[in-house]
Design a protein around this ligand. Sequence first.
Ligand code: DGL
Length: 261
Amino acid sequence: MRAHPVAVFDSGLGGLTVLRALRGRLPKEDFFYFADTRFLPYGDRPEVFLRERGVLIAQALVERGAKALVIACNTATAAAAEAIRAVVDLPIVALEPGVKPAVALSKSGVIGVLATTRTLDSERFQRLVGNHAQQHRVIAQACPGLAEAIESLGPDSPEIGRLLDAFVQPLAAAGADVVVLGCTHYPWVAEGIARRMPPGTTLLDTGEAVAKQLERLLAAGDSLGGGSGLLTMATSGAPQQAIVTVDRLFGAKIHVEHWEP
Ligand code: DGL
């Protein structure tokens, strides 16, 4: 019998930065990755749309036989994690910007957060800052257009350079010494971000923490392992385009099927 996979989803292929960490830590798991590319970018969509879409996707993933769910998208977490937890009875790992570890690392007391407009506007993000960063100055910088540009143009395009100039400069000017990558697409442009910050700036992404949390949950439910590292991928957009983008970002030619939850 085929092992039940861990399902991972994002608005697109940003969640591959999380998948990389998951597969590195948990080589005995099978994974099913779903990119909801038809609706990329999530970052500019209304919260109610994202909540309904998130629940629909999560339920469809349960029907596909998933044994656990990773919401590899900060925006979908902010809008839909609670609604998904209310209806889906699986171990769920949801991502949120690493404000808490950033507070522990910052010496200047100034933290930069790069994320989508929807994530930064969410109640969940406001709570995160209120609970963990009250003594710090948090520069929350929305990055409209960046996730789509990473997917459609690739991390090294001149357009990305222009976007990063605009989004990263305010963090450097404010004296941030830690930059939280609060969208799973942004680790793909980490080099470009680091180049625009003073030397020694720490960039934080949450891939490793998510992998550890998934391992803990699977172990607690006695469902760790049992697979063979198989990766299956699907998109609600155009599979051919996804194959090219996955190859460009991930450095691997992987079959991507079309799937509409
Ligand atoms: N990758 C997503 C995140 O972590 C969102 C990108 C988007 O679709 O706007 O927030």
